[in-house]
Design a binder for this molecule. Structure first.
Ligand SMILES: Cc1cc2nc3c(=O)[nH]c(=O)nc-3n(C[C@H](O)[C@H](O)[C@H](O)COP(=O)(O)O)c2cc1C
Length: 273
């Protein structure tokens, strides 16, 4: 089977997933020859998730999502169910914030397989944590980029071979473990789903937060209002040019601190071909 098109498809509120999957797709196109085109489908914003997407057997799709609570972000499940693979090959890629990717990679691979893709490889890479400016700071970095290139090499070699495709031994548990939950000091799980960002007096009302919110939840007239769901993705906090967006919820801040302290040691990407 020849590949005429590489498609890169991703959800990436703070850009680390985009960085890795676009780097991987470009490196793959390079290795697979001059006539390979790269198409981009960014489904981070709500408007992009209104479009129906389908592929065909000539496509190789590099598909990326961040890891949320050890899993594929559950707010995406309905949308992912609308995508049609129609025999395309896929490389699922998950980005995690230096804690762990748990079962997100196998879950993403299973979703894609159920939608008609065949899985040729999969990878878990590290990105700066959405909650933090210190956990996974600056990731993906040069060393990660080298591993992306190495991953592309191995995929290209596999695809140029004549051996029949064998199942890819991705790491993760089936059935998937429950969503990872923050806990209070007594070890009891706490629910931070209703927590929303605050807006400080430094806000200049530039509306950038409105345009980057992947849930379309920030009120255009009054940017301090959150009208819909907040997934704590960090898009508004990290994009704000004057650092006016912040969280002050006690449980959120404790969880963030525990992650920063408990998972400070550098984790490395893992990939499977
Ligand atoms: C709600 C939420 C849950 C997260 N859960 C995890 C997790 O379980 N493990 C982990 O290592 N990182 C976790 N992260 C961090 C993101 O996976 C990581 O920062 C990723 O690089 C963000 O991708 P993006 O830059 O494309 O938005 C979580 C982030 C959010 C917003």
């Amino acid at each position: 089977m020849t590949t005429s098109t590489i498609q890169v498809m991703y959800f990436s509120p703070t850009g680390t997933t985009r960085h890795v999957v676009c780097g991987l797709a470009t490196a793959l196109a390079d290795k697979m020859g001059g006539s390979t085109e790269v198409g981009q489908m960014d489904f981070t914003l709500p408007v992009a998730r209104k479009e129906a997407v389908s592929f065909g057997s000539q496509d190789l799709v590099v598909f990326g999502v961040p890891v949320y609570a050890g899993r594929v972000p559950n707010v995406l499940l309905t949308y992912l169910d609308t995508i049609k693979g129609r025999g395309a090959r896929a490389v699922p890629v998950v980005l995690f914030g230096n804690r762990h990717y748990d079962d997100a990679l196998v879950e993403l691979a299973d979703i894609l397989e159920a939608k008609g893709f065949s899985i040729v490889a999969g990878g878990a890479f590290v990105g700066e944590h959405s909650f933090s400016k210190t956990l996974g700071k600056g990731r993906p970095d040069g060393k990660d980029n080298d591993l992306v290139a190495d991953f592309a090499d191995k995929i290209a070699t596999k695809l140029s071979g004549t051996a029949p495709a064998s199942p890819v031994p991705l790491k993760g548990h089936r059935p998937y473990r429950p969503y990872y939950k923050p806990r209070n000091p007594d070890g009891v799980p706490v629910d931070i789903r209703k927590v929303v960002p605050k807006t400080s007096a430094d806000c200049t009302d530039c509306k950038l937060c409105v345009t980057v919110c992947p849930m379309g939840s920030i009120d255009t007239e009054d940017v301090s209002k959150v009208n819909g769901i907040c997934i704590k993705c960090g898009a508004c906090v990290k994009a704000c040019p004057v650092q006016a967006k912040y969280y002050d919820d006690e449980n959120y801040l404790r969880h963030k601190h525990e992650l920063e302290v408990g998972f400070a040691d550098r984790k490395e990407p893992e990939f499977f071909v």
